[in-house]
Design a protein around this ligand. Sequence first.
Ligand SMILES: Nc1nc2c([nH]c(=O)n2[C@@H]2O[C@H](COP(=O)(O)OP(=O)(O)OP(=O)(O)O)[C@@H](O)[C@H]2O)c(=O)[nH]1
Length: 328
Amino acid sequence: MPEAPPVEVVAAVIADPGGRILLTRRTEGRDLAGLWEFPGGKREPGESPEQALVRELREELGIEAEVGAELIVVPHAYPHKRLRLDVRHVSAWRGTPQGHEGQALAWVPRQRLASYQMPAADRPVVAALLRPDRYLVTPEPAAGCGEAWLEGLRQALAAGVGLVHLRLPGVEPGRRERLVAAALALCRAAGAQGMIGADIALARATGAGLHLRAAQLAGLVERPLPPDQPLAASCHGADELRHAERLGCDFAVLGTLAATPSHPQGRILGWAGFAALREAVSLPLYAIGGLGPADLAQARRHGAQGIAAIRGLWPQHPHPPDRPTRPQ
Ligand SMILES: Nc1nc2c([nH]c(=O)n2[C@@H]2O[C@H](COP(=O)(O)OP(=O)(O)OP(=O)(O)O)[C@@H](O)[C@H]2O)c(=O)[nH]1
């Protein structure tokens, strides 16, 4: 039997001048009662997402809203139904939001959003509001080119990368620790989060995040780091994603979107395949495989937090023209 199409839902991010965001509480007797959500509701036949959102906000809150930029579209499968949650920013509104359907309202500072109990489909929405959209995976530094590699990282951070997977599998011990320490210092100075590739002991020793390989993830039965150290994993299918979620990962990287020189083979998901896997979990997900900043809008429309990439996020010419690299 073909699967029923998902329920189309639109919801709004409404921010006050202080940056607090409006959440409303689902009233008793409804599905997911008692949980906090972004105001909105189901699209009616023939309505565009914008029209549906304007109507819902008028009915529920008594405001006349102007719909602004897209934030994210989350495809999600609850045990009893599938939905596509299309979340838009509201750029301006007239009137004072009130609970016209008896629902409670809360203006919530962004950093406190995660402490509100919300439906599972909202976890990627909150992450999209709070966390970086670009996850750089570092290329392997060539022998003697540590300075150039650090310069590449510096430039990528300056270009706005907020999350970095320090992936150095072929670098010999000693040099690895030195490069990781220097890279983490650059990340800290830029306000970015560093994630150490695969090495649990080094992540514990440095206090940085940890990015697990898929094979490593499969062998773990509990979270290998305290909750204040971010944990991520590379995943290729639904079972790995569910395991990453059970283990308490903060996010995962899912691929391969398209073939790349570093991964020419393997299962190619495409955006439809990515969105289908996205439904299975509420973990924030980065898409990987032949992607760059130009793919961000497309990624968000398929439920991704953003994109992860080596080439797509690494500067083309990491050597500054006026500074020769020192051999290491
Ligand atoms: N408005 C809104 N709905 C959400 C969010 N997250 C989420 O999973 N949903 C789900 O999307 C659907 C929105 O439909 P609705 O608000 O018109 O709810 P309803 O009471 O008519 O639906 P119901 O018949 O499922 O109870 C609900 O099933 C709701 O649980 C969110 O952040 N905002």
